[in-house]
Structures are given as structure tokens and as C-alpha cells.
Design a protein around this ligand. Structure first.
Ligand code: NAG
Ligand code: NAG
Ligand code: NAG
Ligand code: NAG
Ligand code: NAG
Ligand code: NAG
Length: 477
């Protein structure tokens, strides 16, 4: 269970109060200019001081003199009846918002408003920067794509739906819904759950779009929205830095294939806070080139595959992931809890990972390192592997499904996992059956003596001379 101290509740209340107060103050101070002569009742963005909408100085509170200009998609011709294709209107609204810099002093917030009470159908679209002002993409209504692969416009990339590309300084927020209408994509014959006993994919096109993708963008906030039923990954970041995700809801059926909640790769300084993800694949997946990732108060499940670092090292590739923290989170009725998965034959390393205060509820593999990750029926063993080092598991408690051991450290034959640190572990069978012993293969580390179940399979950390030869050679780590 999460410890929700009175102190943190009080702190939260104080923050909320401050935030409401600053709304009013800001509203009065701003030149509130409505370009489209409507009255959209847009509240100024209230965000943590470190993520101010002032593109000049992200470390300070918003300057009281910045200008807000509203670009309501309805004023660009969007109909919002869920049937009409509103793509062109969105593009026009974006182009106006992105090129807006009313006073030419970089002190403008452009609000692209997707109003409440409407459903806008838009097809595959790339919202391209750089923009001349901070972009506040406010989704209060619903956005849907065309329904299914057959109606996807020909010539458009089937791997992505809504893309933000090269945007520095954007908040995607609102009370609205981004609904990927995934069902007909999930039903494609090629999908993993439709594979035959030999794990051979059935014929046919398989590409399916990620609902939202941020590509080569920075200073990104994604907050309060619901993202549901994506054909594939719900929210993807690649080549991004300084991303703050807060109070998101990502929902799709546990049977939906490849519907990762949030996927991160080649990105750094990512925060994922206070969000709920219930889906059919990884809750969060962290791919190569990612570092400085901070995840707090995330609820994963029911359903899904838990929080994964990986898969890494596919096709003998080099992969580097470091400095990842996941704390104060809950994972329930899920195939995995916290997982590191690597293919045989890769190189590089995963290091500096902390899982702290995670509650597991009937999870199949609460703690797992799988260096034999393989999606075919079997994969050959290789001599090289991604080096897994400095992984801390603190206060991991709750219940596990006894079909698998509560801890599984399956490390490579030639490249052991080192410095795994386990403390305050308490994992009990979910139906009161007897314990299943932890599994270790070529795994080194330390554990305290009070772990439940007791962990006797971990070998003592090797000497530093052995460690010296194992470095995954990933920059400084
Ligand atoms: C606004 O930003 C652009 C690009 O960073 C810069 O070239 C320009 O000098 C800035 N203008 C002002 C008035 O600060
Ligand atoms: C699975 O593979 C075996 C052996 O290669 C083959 O005999 C069998 O027909 C295959 N089954 C299917 C459903 O493809
Ligand atoms: C954790 O996140 C949930 C869902 O957004 C929220 O309701 C709850 O208040 C958060 N808890 C804390 C301690 O911030
Ligand atoms: C690890 O990442 C956090 C942000 O999540 C950052 O504050 C910290 O400085 C990083 N630590 C190192 C050693 O780089
Ligand atoms: C690879 O190595 C592991 C650990 O030694 C062993 O259990 C597994 O059977 C091997 N796999 C193959 C395909 O040889
Ligand atoms: C082992 O890991 C812990 C926690 O991740 C870290 O604090 C410590 O410095 C590591 N030890 C060595 C020898 O690298």
C-alpha cells in the first residue's frame, strides 16, 4: 500500500490553493487577447515553476506579462461531429498558433483550443515546429482517427497518428479524450495474440499507429488527458528531452496487443507522475538511449506487462539505459512487475536503476531480469549481452501469482548481472499457497536477511577486478 501521509495531503492542498490563486492573478495581469473573437473561457496554464510556459526562461515562474492568444479549431472550419474530416482545420489552426508571436518578444503563449462537447476526426498529422511561441494544445473535446486500417488514407505512415515534431515548449493538456479506435487494428491477423502454436505470425500487413508521438521535441508537458484504445503504443517519445507527464489516464483492454502505455527511447529527463495506465502491453517501456527517468505514483493494471526496461540489444545492437527511478507505485493483476529484458547478443549496459516502494497485487513476475528475451519460439545463446549492473529493489511488497517465482534473475551466461541490491522485500503468494523460491542464474548482489521469501540464490558481488572487465562502455556509466 502507498503511504499517503497527512503531510503530503496538506502539501498538496496548499499547492492546489496556490495554483488556483495564481490562475486569478495571472488572468488579471495578462493581456488576454482572443484572436478569434470567441469566448473560449481558457484558463491560463498552471504548472510547476520549473516548467513555466515562458520559453525564454524555463527555470522561472511565468512572467506576468506574457500574452495568450487563442486559436479555436472551430474557427478554422473544424466541424466536430465525429464524421467530418477536420484534419485541414487542425493544421491551419496549428500553423497560425505556431507562427504566432504577437509582440515579437518570445513572450507569447498560443492556445490551440479543441473545445469541449465536440468529437473531431482527424487523420495522420504531423504538427511541426519549431514555433515562435509556447504552444498550449488544449484538448477538452474528443479526438478520433478514421476508423481502422482500411480507411487510413493511402500514402500516410501507418505507424503514427498524431505527431509533434521538433517542438520546443509545448503543453498538451485538458479534460478531453484522445481515442485511437484500436479494435480493428488489434484484430489484424498478424497480431501476436492471433499467432499459431509455433509463434509464427500470420500473413498480412501489421503496421499500426502509435496514438501520440513526440519526436525530437523538448520542454514537453502532457497532463490530465485520457488516451484510450490506441492501435499500438499510446504515447511515445523519441529523441526528446525535458518531459513532464502528470495525471494522465491511459486505458485499453488487457487483451489489446502491443498497446504499450508510454514508450520512451533516446530521450532523457523524463518525469511520469500521478498517472494510471491499464492496457495490454508494457505499462511503461524504456528503450535504448534513455537516462534520467523519474517515475512516481504510477498505477499499472489491471492487465498489461508492467514497467519494462527493454527490450534491449535486439539484432546484436548496443543499448544504454541509466539512472531510472520508479517509486511509490502500484502494479496489479499484471504479467510482470518491474522488468529488465534484453536479447542475447547485444552490448552496452543498463545501470543505476532503483525500484522503490512498489506495491504488487497478484503479479505474475513481480521482479524479473530476463536476459534471454525472445519473441520467437527459441533464440540462440550468444557470448555477448547487455551488461546489467547497479539495480536496487527497495520495499517491494504485495502478492504474486505462483505460476512464476516472485523474483527471477535470468542473467546471461558470459555476462553476469552485478550489484543487484534487494532490501525490504515482502512478496507473498496471492492465494495463500506455499512460497515459490526465487530463481537466479549468474546473478550477483546483496540482500538483507529479512526478505520474504528468503533469497539464497544470489551470489556475493564479484571482486572489482572482475567487474572492471564487464563495463558496458556506455559513456560515463
Ligand atoms: C526570440 O527567439 C528567437 C529564436 O530563439 C531569437 O532569434 C530572437 O532574438 C528572440 N527575440 C527576442 C525579442 O528575444
Ligand atoms: C508447427 O510446427 C511443427 C513442426 O515444425 C509442424 O509440424 C506444425 O504443422 C506446425 N503447426 C502449425 C499450426 O503451423
Ligand atoms: C497519485 O495519483 C493519483 C492519480 O492521479 C492521484 O489521485 C493521487 O492523489 C496521487 N497521490 C499522491 C500522493 O500524489
Ligand atoms: C538522475 O536523474 C535525476 C532526474 O530523474 C537527476 O536529478 C539526477 O541528477 C540524475 N543523476 C545522475 C547521477 O545523473
Ligand atoms: C541458453 O542458456 C541458458 C542458460 O544457460 C539455458 O537455460 C538455455 O537452454 C540456453 N538456450 C539455448 C537455446 O541453448
Ligand atoms: C551498488 O548499487 C548500489 C545501489 O544501486 C549503489 O549505491 C552502489 O554504489 C553500487 N556499488 C558499487 C560497488 O558500484
Amino acid at each position: 500500500m502507498l503511504k499517503l501521509s497527512t503531510l503530503s495531503i496538506i502539501t498538496t492542498l496548499i499547492l492546489i490553493t496556490l495554483c488556483l490563486f495564481s490562475y486569478e492573478t495571472e488572468a488579471r495581469l495578462h493581456h488576454h487577447k482572443d484572436k478569434d473573437n470567441l469566448n473560449p473561457k481558457v484558463e491560463p496554464p498552471c504548472q510547476p515553476p520549473s516548467l513555466s510556459p515562458n520559453p525564454n526562461d524555463p527555470s522561472q515562474s511565468p512572467s506576468p506579462s506574457y500574452h495568450e492568444v487563442v486559436f479555436n479549431v472551430r474557427n478554422y472550419g473544424a466541424v466536430g461531429d465525429g464524421v467530418t474530416d477536420d484534419t485541414d482545420s487542425f493544421k491551419k489552426a496549428w500553423d497560425s498558433a505556431c507562427s504566432n508571436d504577437i509582440d515579437n518578444n518570445n513572450n507569447t503563449v498560443s492556445i490551440l483550443l479543441v473545445p469541449y462537447g465536440f468529437t473531431f476526426m482527424i487523420h495522420s498529422t504531423i504538427f511541426t515546429g519549431p514555433c515562435r511561441s509556447y504552444q498550449y494544445f488544449q484538448v477538452d473535446g474528443t479526438i478520433v482517427p478514421r476508423d481502422g486500417p482500411k480507411s487510413w488514407p493511402s500514402g500516410f505512415n501507418k505507424r503514427q497518428w498524431l505527431v509533434f515534431y521538433r517542438v520546443n515548449g509545448i503543453a498538451l493538456k485538458g479534460v478531453g479524450v484522445i481515442d485511437g479506435r484500436g479494435q480493428t487494428w488489434w484484430d489484424l491477423p498478424c497480431k501476436p495474440h492471433r499467432q499459431n502454436v509455433n509463434k509464427t505470425a500470420l500473413a498480412g500487413p501489421c503496421e499500426s499507429p502509435a496514438a501520440l508521438r513526440f519526436f525530437m521535441s523538448s520542454n514537453v508537458i502532457v497532463e490530465s488527458l485520457s488516451i484510450k484504445n490506441s492501435p499500438q503504443v499510446h504515447l511515445k517519445f523519441d529523441g526528446c528531452n525535458v518531459v513532464h507527464i502528470n495525471t494522465l489516464r491511459i486505458i485499453s483492454p488487457s487483451s489489446s496487443p502491443n498497446t504499450d502505455g508510454i514508450h520512451i527511447e533516446n530521450s532523457n529527463s523524463i518525469e511520469i507522475y500521478n498517472s494510471v495506465i491499464s492496457n495490454g502491453d508494457d505499462c511503461v517501456s524504456i528503450g535504448t538511449g534513455s537516462y534520467d527517468i523519474d517515475i512516481r505514483n504510477l498505477t499499472c493494471g489491471p492487465g498489461g506487462h508492467g514497467i519494462s526496461i527493454g527490450s534491449l540489444g535486439d539484432k546484436n545492437s548496443r543499448a544504454c539505459v541509466s539512472n531510472v527511478t520508479v517509486r511509490d507505485s502500484v502494479i496489479k493483476f499484471s504479467d510482470n512487475g518491474v522488468r529488465i529484458k534484453t536479447w542475447q547478443g547485444g552490448s552496452g549496459s543498463v545501470s543505476g536503476v532503483t525500484f522503490d516502494n512498489i506495491h504488487m497485487d497478484a503479479v505474475r513476475n513481480p521482479i524479473i531480469i530476463d536476459q534471454y528475451y525472445c519473441t520467437a519460439k527459441s533464440c540462440a545463446n550468444k557470448t555477448s549481452a547487455v551488461f546489467v549492473n547497479d539495480i536496487a529493489y527497495q520495499s517491494i511488497k504485495g502478492t504474486y501469482d505462483i505460476r512464476s517465482p516472485p523474483m527471477h534473475f535470468g542473467c546471461s551466461n558470459n555476462v553476469p548481472c552485478t550489484n543487484l541490491t534487494l532490501s525490504d522485500i515482502e512478496l507473498l503468494p496471492s492465494n495463500g499457497e506455499t512460497d515459490v523460491d526465487p530463481f537466479c542464474w549468474n546473478a550477483y548482489g546483496i540482500t538483507d536477511e529479512f526478505s520474504k521469501p528468503s533469497i539464497s540464490c544470489l551470489k556475493s558481488n564479484p571482486s572489482t577486478s572482475l567487474l572492471g572487465g564487464l563495463s558496458g562502455k556506455c559513456g560515463s556509466s
